[in-house]
Ligand binder design. Structure first.
Ligand code: C2O
Ligand code: CU
Length: 531
């Protein structure tokens, strides 16, 4: 083995990421590197296991080759999707624009000059043909968050497509898969923390839920054009890290609940970025978005956390919430007072509207920032309510409260393959790592088509990470019966959390922390189908 092949056992060593890696690294060399890591980590007592997916169930033969985004397997999977024959055409033009936030003029980037973008709504099986025309000064893409779509349309530069250069176009063309609440955003740099985001709703032609009003609420943390720019925040984190947080120990033992408590369900350090405003559907509390309904009507509210560094706790004053879907997939209804959404998560809730005007509050979890506000209004007379709700301190939804409906349950079974994902901070927060590596230096998590795969996530840091897998909806692994289906799941400090998936959508798929800054500072890897 050349020195190039020797992985470092110290994940905080600069050598772990600065070591140049040839782009055309062969599978054999990756495997040798992985094997070396296992031995080295096993030899050092007390050092985290950095097995990088090459644990007992992880090893693949040296002859395996990645199934790329343009492979016949990807085309075959697309052809096998059920189609309605209907075509939905849209154009998205990302570009610089000026938004009016309750009278403040804010320079930012947005799709078609609105933030969030005009919602895209279509039915399961419809064909979306979308013309992306990049008017930004930077390259960009659009990623379809949560969709089990064809891999070459997933919008990840360098993995599934080339970034679209300024002035250039890209034609998205794919079949809409499972019904539910999804969203879209670029997958380049920290563009997500500008106005470049929008909701994508896939309707079920046989919708089992009954409701009168369908409201989509996009929650977003806003700094661009008001406070520091996302690029400046990223540069500062890359230069200075997390300040005092950087010195905190990342040792300690793991457990199923980690450091979660009732008062701090995702731990103590819930975000590093201070936002001047938190928006709901692009509107600040001074000029809130209003959901109109009549008293007694049944509402479906689709909550989407499109923030970059903020988890939101959401409640509707005077109402309880029946949670009916998580990350697009249906669950048996559970009644709670409040839900907490990490970045990238979605919940659909039903409620029966009372008479009056009620605050829909999105409170930044664990932050001192001002709260986000929308209003549910069913009568003309009521005034705008304050951004407060006792329900925020009531019964909070937990993942373990949720059971998928029979049709949405991942069939029980034992994993064919297991991959560990050890999540940690390095260099005082200048870098965030998966299995001791940044994305540029990653060891892909190999899977074969058809396998059942378990991802074993361990949060070895003091901050929560909303971990997101592209192209699949995994199941929370718990006992004999698989739990709630999700594509984004909060892993809290010191927590060990397993998720299971069926490898039924071939290609190359990103796995990453949906904190936009953690992702850019390295906390991403890929789930790589191989043949
Ligand atoms: Cu919202 Cu990599 O995705
Ligand atoms: Cu993170």
């Amino acid at each position: 083995m050349s020195t190039d092949d020797h992985p470092t056992t110290d994940p905080t060593s600069p050598a772990a990421t600065s070591r140049p890696r040839p782009p055309a690294l062969t599978r054999r060399r990756v495997l040798l590197a992985g094997g070396g890591t296992v031995l080295a980590a096993g030899a050092a007592a007390g050092v985290d296991r950095l097995a990088g997916g090459n644990g007992s169930l992880g090893l693949l033969g040296p002859d395996s080759t990645p199934i790329g985004p343009h492979s016949p397997e990807v085309l075959a999977a697309e052809r096998a999707r059920t189609r309605t024959g209907r075509v939905v055409r849209r154009t998205l033009t990302p570009g610089p624009t000026t938004l009016d936030l309750a009278g403040r003029q804010v320079d930012t980037w947005a799709f078609n000059a609105t933030a969030p973008a005009t919602e895209i709504r279509l039915s399961s099986g419809d064909n979306l043909r979308l013309d992306l025309h990049n008017q930004l000064p930077d390259p960009t893409t659009v990623h379809w968050h949560g969709l089990a779509l064809r891999n070459d349309m997933d919008g990840v530069p360098g993995l599934t497509m080339d970034a679209v250069a300024p002035g250039e176009r890209f034609d998205y063309d794919f079949t809409a898969p499972h019904p539910g609440t999804y969203w879209f955003h670029p997958h380049v740099g920290v563009q997500l923390d500008t106005g470049l985001l929008g909701a994508l709703v896939i309707e079920d032609p046989r919708e089992p839920l009954a409701y009168d009003v369908d409201a989509v609420l996009v929650l977003d943390d806003w700094t661009d054009g008001l406070g520091r720019s996302p690029k400046a925040i990223l540069a500062e984190q890359a230069r200075d890290g997390m300040g005092s947080m950087g010195s905190m120990s990342s040792g300690g033992s793991l457990s199923a609940t980690g450091t979660a408590t009732r008062a701090q369900p995702i731990g103590e350090d819930t975000g590093d970025v201070t936002y001047p405003l938190h928006l709901v559907n692009g509107r600040p509390p001074a000029d809130p978005y209003v959901v109109h309904a009549r008293p007694g009507q049944r509402l479906r509210i689709r909550l989407i956390n499109a923030g970059s560094d903020t988890a939101y706790r959401v409640a509707v004053g005077g109402h309880r919430l029946d949670v009916v879907a998580a990350d697009g997939f249906p669950v048996e209804p559970v009644t709670v007072d409040t839900v907490l959404l990490g970045m990238g998560e979605r919940y659909d809730v039903l409620l029966t509207a009372d008479a009056g005007a009620f605050p829909i509050v999105s409170r930044p979890e664990g932050k001192q920032d001002p709260t986000g506000l929308a209003v549910l209004r069913t009568t003309d007379t009521a005034r705008t309510p304050r951004a407060e709700a006792n329900e925020l301190d009531g019964r909070l939804l937990a993942y373990t409260d949720l059971t998928p409906t029979p049709g949405a349950t991942l069939p029980p079974g034992r994993p064919d393959r297991e991959h560990d994902l050890s999540l940690r901070m390095a260099d005082g927060g200048r870098r965030w790592l998966i299995n001791g590596r940044t994305y540029a230096d990653r060891e892909p998590l190999d899977v074969r088509p058809g396998e059942r795969v378990r991802l074993r996530m361990e949060n070895r840091s003091t901050m929560f990470h909303p971990m997101h897998l592209h192209g699949h909806t995994f199941a929370l692994s718990r006992g004999a019966r698989p739990g709630v289906r999700k594509d984004t799941i909060n892993v809290v400090p010191r927590q060990r959390l397993d998720v299971d998936l069926v490898a039924d959508n071939p290609g190359q798929w990103l796995v990453h922390c949906h904190n936009a800054y953690h992702g850019e500072l390295g906390m991403m890897t890929s789930l790589s189908y191989v043949r």
